[in-house]
Design a protein around this ligand. Structure first.
Ligand code: ADP
Length: 251
């Protein structure tokens, strides 16, 4: 078996007195699609933010490809640099899109390649156009986010994440801020990426989508992983009562 793209071990995170992650181990293989499910407040967002070190765990280890980061140590310069390198290997798609409002769709997509990857302008533009076409938005390249629908904004955000050529893309409830009729256009793009072999971790409550796209469902509750299973097994015969009662609520 190939080496996992992401491997987190013993990850813990507190906010104040609240234990949000209470020791999480998770590996994601190259090309694997992992869907994270669980009740609100179970720690899913915190876990994906810890996976790319947007949030630094209090303890544990996060390895993204060749970057291994031991958490809880001194935040010195070399630690910060390592975290930055690890973060660059991941793309993140947020609930609220987080597009730069003063930049066009194309501007949003090429900002990372220009500033971080230092691509020459013409090359970045060609890449941006290719990625906007890939998410079905070639004709929106010069629009500002305020003139795009929520579904279009999220597709620009996906193109922006891909522009950094990440090893893995993390999605935090990518459709939860969208009207229901806009969900499909975003989920279709994610499904296509899965078909192309992109490694992904997706937090979502969309059970039908999860069943189709996931190689594995990881179910969290109370800051720990309670159950992991292939989608068919998880949705038809979840082993844990907590997973059963969650599924009764969302399905
Ligand atoms: P989920 O994504 O499963 O809904 P979250 O990871 O968003 O769960 O949150 C888990 C818990 O951590 C919640 O109780 C939430 O209030 C708390 N939490 C998350 N982020 C912060 C933060 N930045 N500061 C304080 N508490 C937080």
């Amino acid at each position: 078996m190939s080496e996992p793209t992401i491997e987190i071990t013993g990850v813990r995170k507190k906010f104040g007195e609240v234990d949000v992650l209470r020791g999480v181990d998770l590996s994601v293989e190259r090309g694997e699609v992992v869907v994270l499910m669980g009740p609100s407040g179970s720690g899913k967002t915190t876990l994906v933010r810890c996976m790319n070190l947007l949030e630094e765990p209090d303890a544990g280890r996060v390895r993204i490809c060749d970057c291994a980061f031991d958490c809880g140590g001194p935040r010195d310069r070399s630690a910060r640099r390592l975290a930055q390198r690890a973060r660059r290997r991941t793309g993140m798609v947020f609930q609220q899109f987080n597009l730069f409002p003063h930049m066009t769709a194309l501007g949003n997509v090429i900002e990372g390649p220009r500033q971080v990857r230092r691509l020459p302008a013409a090359e970045a533009v060609a890449l941006g156009e290719r990625l906007l076409a890939r998410v079905g938005l070639a004709d929106k390249r010069d629009e500002y986010p305020s003139r795009l629908s929520g579904g279009q904004k999220q597709r620009v955000a996906i193109a922006r994440a891909l522009a950094m050529e990440p090893e893995v893309v993390l999605f935090d409830e990518p459709t939860s801020a969208l009207d229901p009729e806009l969900h499909a256009e975003v989920l279709d793009v994610i499904q296509e990426l899965a078909g192309e072999g992109m490694t992904m971790v997706i937090v979502t409550h969309e059970t039908h989508f999860a069943r189709e796209v996931a190689d594995r469902i990881v179910f969290m509750d109370g800051g720990v992983i309670v159950e992991e299973a292939a989608p068919d097994a998880f949705f038809t015969r979840p082993a844990q009562e907590r997973a059963r009662s969650f599924l009764r609520l969302v399905e």
